[in-house]
Design a protein around this ligand. Structure first.
Ligand code: BGC
Length: 246
């Protein structure tokens, strides 16, 4: 069995579990620790270290992080501390934890998990876009099974409606503004209309914790292409992070 520790770093929680990367199954309970505030690299790294100690793990780790991550270096910080910008994350994580580290964008790892073992597993011959709706909007695209990384489509401007789409259409906007499922579903409809126009995908997969409530908002999204709820929900980040380890 090929076991890897997958770690999902988010704005409020840092989660980890052991994953069987051959089957995509979680082999342990998920451990969740609070994301320290401010979530500076040093503070986050000390929580990651605790997580590794908890699992008594020695080996390679896979990490999903909510920002652009190019070749192991963090390049943006929309919902995290600015100290992450240009942080040599893979190298620093390895130096501090002793575990060789692969770090990718959080939506990219969720997409990897969904395409391999979840809602996208029979669609590797298509253009599939995966969106994670949470604090922000994460985005990921697969073309014939290959990932197009670091898309950052949560930040597109929506015509004259919103300058930064995720502030208006993420799951956090629904909660913050107390929107009904219908009102929020209509916002998603406008957002996904723009996505459909720009990218013409064959299939959309919607992930994030709110995908559990897919039936409540799906009926308001009419963009003429199939939309599926993610199958791995909140575990896609952990499982995909483990799968991302080269
Ligand atoms: C970030 C993305 C991230 C998404 C979901 C956005 O604000 O810019 O990198 O994937 O939130 O966490």
């Amino acid at each position: 069995m090929n076991e890897i520790l997958g770690i999902d770093i988010g704005g409020t929680g840092i989660k980890g579990a052991m994953v069987d990367v051959d089957t995509g199954e979680m082999l342990t309970e998920r451990l969740r620790m609070l994301t320290p505030q401010p979530a500076t690299p040093t503070a986050v790294l000390s929580v990651v270290k605790k997580l590794i100690t908890h699992f008594e793990y020695e080996g390679e780790i896979g990490v999903g992080f909510p920002a652009v991550v190019r070749h192991g270096v963090v390049r943006s910080a929309a919902n995290v501390d600015d100290g992450w910008i240009n942080y040599l994350a893979e190298a620093e994580f390895e130096r501090v934890t002793g575990c060789p580290t692969t770090m990718l964008n959080d939506a990219d790892v969720a997409g990897i998990a969904e395409m391999k073992f979840g809602a996208g597993r029979e669609h590797s011959d298509k253009t599939v876009m995966i969106f994670t709706l949470g604090t922000g909007i994460g985005s990921c695209m697969f073309v014939n099974g290959s990932i197009v990384p670091n898309l950052e489509l949560g930040h597109i401007a929506l015509y004259d409606i919103a300058a930064d789409a995720e502030k208006w259409a993420a799951s956090s906007a629904r909660k913050r503004e107390g929107l009904s499922w219908k009102a929020w579903g209509k916002r998603l409809n406008a957002y996904f209309h723009a996505i459909e126009r720009y990218f013409s995908p064959d299939l959309l997969i919607i992930g994030g914790g709110v995908s559990r409530k897919f039936h409540k908002f799906n009926k308001y999204i009419n963009i003429g292409i199939p939309i599926l709820p993610a199958e791995m929900r909140n575990h896609a980040g952990i499982i995909g992070a483990a799968l991302a380890v080269k």
